[in-house]
Design a protein around this ligand. Structure first.
Ligand SMILES: O=c1[nH]cnc2c1ncn2[C@@H]1O[C@H](CO)[C@@H](O)[C@H]1O
Ligand SMILES: [Zn+2]
Length: 360
C-alpha cells in the first residue's frame, strides 16, 4: 500500500527525532510568560501570535548567522531553574502530542548561566523537565549537551556529558556559526569523548562544505552529522545521469554515518533552495543513512510530522519511506542497542503496521 500519508495520519505514526534544539522549540506563550517573570525586556513583541510570526520571518533570511540571532530571545528567557524545567517539560509534551516516541534534544548549557546558574544546575533543571514530561506523556527523551563552536568551553561541556551520562545525557554536539569555526577547533574535546566511549554528533556541512564534513568525521570521529547536506558536493553525475560518489561521500554511505537532515531549516538558512530540490531526495535514493528532523520548531514553524508531510508532497513518499526514515533514526540514536531494538520491534514497527491496517 502506498497511498499518500496525510498530516493527520503522520501525526499518529510513531516517530523518532534526533536533531531538535531545546532553545529553538519554545511555545510563544511560554516565552512571553518567562520574559515577564524573569524581567527580560527585549522581546520584539509580547503578543504570542505576533511573536510566532516574528520568529518565522526573522529566521527566513538565507543566512545561518542571521538565523542564529533570533536565539538571543529564547536563551534570554531560559535563565532560571524554573524556566529551564518548564521549557523542557513542555518540549516533552509537545513532541509526544506530535507522536514522537523517542527524541534526542540538545541545547548549550553555557548559554544559560548569565544570571548565575552553574552548568550543573542548568543540566539538572533540564533533565528534571524531560524526565517528568517524558513520564507523564509517554515519550523517552535523551539529552545532548552542545558546546558553542565560537566559544572555548567544549572540553568542560564534554566532561559534563560524561559525568551525566547515566542521568539522561546521551551525547554531545557542537553548534553555532560554522564558517570560520571548523570542528578541529574542539579536537581535544572530541578525543576525550572517544577515550570515554561517549557519543557525539557535529553540526557540519550546513553553512560550510566538504572540508567541514571531512574534519568532523576523519579528524574528530563524529558518530553522526548534524545536517550534512553538503555531502551532495561530493556526488556527481556521469554522462548518463548516473550518480557517482567521491571518496568522502562513499565513506559516509559505506559506514552508514547518520545524516540528521532538517529540510525546512535548511531552506531558511540557505543550505537548500526548496524542499523539492533538497539533497534528501537523492540521498534517500542512494540509501544514505538519512533521518528527518526539525532543528528548531519555533524558528522553522514546524513539527516532526510537518517535516514528513512536506517530504511526502515533494517526493511522493509513502508509508514505506516514512518507516524507513524512522527506523534509520532509531538505529542511529545514542541510547544502547537493546533499548533501540525494543523501540524498533516493540513500538515503531507495530505502530506502522497498525496505521497501514487502519487505512487498508
Ligand atoms: O542549524 C543550526 N546550526 C548551527 N547552530 C544552530 C542551529 N540551530 C540552532 N543552533 C545553535 O545551537 C544553540 C544551542 O541549541 C542555539 O542557541 C543556536 O545558537
Ligand atoms: Zn541544529
Amino acid at each position: 500500500m502506498n497511498d499518500r500519508p496525510s498530516l493527520d495520519d503522520i501525526r499518529r505514526a510513531p516517530k523518532v527525532l534526533l536533531h531538535d534544539h531545546l532553545d529553538g522549540g519554545l511555545r510563544p506563550e511560554t516565552i512571553v510568560d518567562l520574559a515577564r517573570d524573569g524581567g527580560y525586556g527585549d522581546l520584539p513583541t509580547t503578543d504570542p501570535g505576533g511573536l510566532r510570526t516574528w520568529f518565522a520571518e526573522a529566521s527566513d533570511s538565507g543566512s545561518l548567522e542571521r538565523y542564529l540571532e533570533t536565539f538571543s530571545h529564547t536563551v534570554g528567557v531560559m535563565q532560571s531553574v524554573e524556566a529551564l524545567t518548564r521549557v523542557a517539560y513542555e518540549c516533552a509534551e509537545d513532541l509526544a502530542a506530535d507522536g514522537v516516541v523517542y527524541a534526542e534534544v540538545r541545547y548549550a548549557p553555557e548559554q544559560h548561566t548569565t544570571t548565575g546558574l552553574t552548568l550543573e544546575q542548568v543540566i539538572e533543571a533540564v533533565l528534571d523537565g524531560f524526565e517528568r514530561g517524558g513520564r507523564e506523556h509517554g515519550i523517552r527523551i535523551g539529552t545532548l549537551v552542545t558546546a558553542m563552536r565560537h566559544q572555548a568551553r567544549s572540553m568542560e561541556i564534554a566532561e559534563l556529558a560524561v559525568r551525566y551520562r547515566d542521568a539522561g545525557v546521551v551525547g554531545f554536539d557542537i553548534a553555532g556559526a560554522e564558517a570560520g569555526y571548523p570542528p578541529t577547533r574542539h579536537l581535544d574535546a572530541f578525543e576525550y569523548l572517544q577515550r570515554e566511549n561517549a557519543h557525539f554528533t557535529i553540526h557540519a556541512g550546513e553553512a560550510f562544505g566538504l572540508p567541514s564534513i571531512w574534519q568532523a568525521i576523519q579528524w574528530c570521529g563524529a558518530d553522526r552529522l548534524g545536517h550534512g547536506v553538503r555531502i551532495i558536493d561530493d556526488i556527481t553525475e556521469d554522462e548518463d545521469g548516473v550518480p557517482e560518489l567521491g571518496r568522502l561521500a562513499a565513506y559516509v554511505r559505506d559506514k552508514r554515518i547518520p545524516l540528521e537532515m532538517c529540510p525546512t531549516s535548511n531552506i531558511q538558512t540557505g543550505a537548500a533552495k526548496s524542499i523539492a530540490e533538497h539533497p534528501i531526495g537523492l540521498l534517500r535514493r542512494l540509501s544514505f543513512r538519512v533521518t528527518v528532523n526539525t532543528d528548531n520548531r519555533l524558528m522553522s514553524g514546524t513539527t516532526p510530522s510537518r517535516e514528513f508531510a512536506k517530504l511526502v508532497e515533494a517526493f511522493d513518499y509513502g508509508w514505506d519511506d516514512l518507516q524507513w526514515f524512522t527506523v534509520n533514526a532509531m538505529k542511529s540514536a545514542f541510547i544502547g542497542f537493546t533499548e533501540r531494538l525494543e523501540l524498533i520491534n516493540g513500538v515503531i514497527k507495530p505502530g506502522f503496521v497498525e496505521l497501514r491496517g487502519d487505512r487498508a
